[in-house]
Design a binder for this molecule. Structure first.
Ligand SMILES: [Fe+2]
Ligand SMILES: [Zn+2]
Length: 353
């Protein structure tokens, strides 16, 4: 069924679908060999080379294709299956945590060597924002090997692979035995690392359980229960800084960032790196009330998952979404953690392989 309107074609297909296809969309999506580069499927047709009010001479459905004939007799054949396919979600759906969430565990070697396992693991990772790899080597810099599945390491101005122990280089609270409240790393970067892998090499200390918090759920609940606070935290820029004797990182950004469709893109949260906000700024009081509310939520038990990360385990989190934390530990044994960052887009795309 086809109906030609003023600037679009309405096509009703057999499968309960009705499409309202603008003329410009139809012309832009011509699949012919003149409009596409045959070898790469890239588009070479340039939209501005036809008039903005272009209108087809003739439209029909022919053998499950939409055939469009244009005033210059150019013929476009667009498979209906391709139109339908364009509306199918490509990536696994993001899922919020329920109850006592514990990240799914995968064997380190299988994750690296078996592509079915890695695809399954990456899809779980995309859905929930956290997985654990078990039976990992207890050797330094093993995180380098994860590049095979997660893409290249995302370096910052600090070390490529950071050592977290109380005997090394102390430049933040993680390098002490103190409790570490929920945060994501490098809020002091405008574009924060989007994946963090935490590799426990040795954990002989008492205490020090790992904690992760689903920031996505925290923020979704905030939006439902207090949209005013949500808006404030999406708009108010907050300064963050991390530094040592050789490096300086500083960024100002809102705690919540949304995509154009309104979905939450990232949650930036680091009590330890937050800097003094200029008190002459407009909206400071409103910000602090909203910040108090979201901080209380971040510390609520219902959003957190607590578990012990043993030597030979790697926790991988989608850090734009999942915050990590650690209980205080007693320094009565060896405890050595290494961490490194990766790029979420690379893991996302590898989950499609
Ligand atoms: Fe951290
Ligand atoms: Zn064409």
């Amino acid at each position: 069924m086809i109906e030609i309107k003023e600037d679009s074609v309405i096509v009703s297909t057999g499968f309960k679908n009705q499409y309202d296809l603008p003329f410009l969309w139809l012309r832009d999506n011509c699949q012919c060999d003149k409009c596409r580069i045959l070898e790469t499927q890239e588009k070479q047709f340039l939209l501005h080379t036809v008039p903005v009010d272009i209108s087809p001479k003739h439209v029909e459905v022919k053998d499950e294709n939409l055939l469009v004939i244009w005033p210059d007799d150019h013929e476009s054949l667009i498979p209906l299956s391709k139109i339908k396919q364009s509306g199918v979600a490509r990536y696994p759906e993001r899922k919020k945590w329920i109850g006592n969430f514990v990240p799914e565990k995968y064997d380190w070697s299988k994750f690296l060597d078996d592509s079915d396992v890695s695809t399954d693991a990456l899809r779980t990772f995309i859905s929930f924002g956290a997985i654990i790899l078990t039976n990992a080597p207890k050797e330094s810099n093993s995180l380098e090997l994860l590049s095979k599945r997660l893409g290249p390491i995302h370096e910052t101005l600090f070390e490529r692979i950071h050592n977290v122990s109380i005997t090394g280089h102390v430049y933040n609270v993680a390098h002490t035995s103190k409790e570490l409240p929920p945060h994501n790393d490098f809020a002091s970067y405008k574009s924060q690392p989007s994946i963090q892998a935490l590799h426990m090499l040795e954990n002989e200390c008492e205490g020090g359980n790992s904690i992760i918090v689903d920031g996505l759920e925290v923020i979704e609940d905030l939006r439902l229960e207090n949209p005013g606070f949500f808006n404030t935290l999406s708009e108010f820029n907050v300064p963050f800084r991390q530094f040592d004797e050789n490096n300086e990182t500083y960024a100002e950004a809102p705690l919540i960032k949304c995509s154009s469709d309104g979905s939450i893109e990232s949650f930036r949260f680091s009590n330890q790196l937050m800097q003094m906000i200029d008190p002459t700024r407009n909206g400071l009081k409103e910000f602090y009330k909203a910040y108090h509310d979201v901080s209380a939520r971040v510390h609520q038990d219902k959003y957190r998952s607590t578990f012990r990360l043993d030597g030979g385990e790697v926790l991988i989190v989608a850090s734009f979404r999942v915050l990590h934390a650690r209980e205080e530990f007693i320094p009565n044994g060896k405890r050595h953690l290494q961490d490194a960052y990766f790029v979420y887009d690379n893991a996302l795309n590898n989950s499609l392989l």
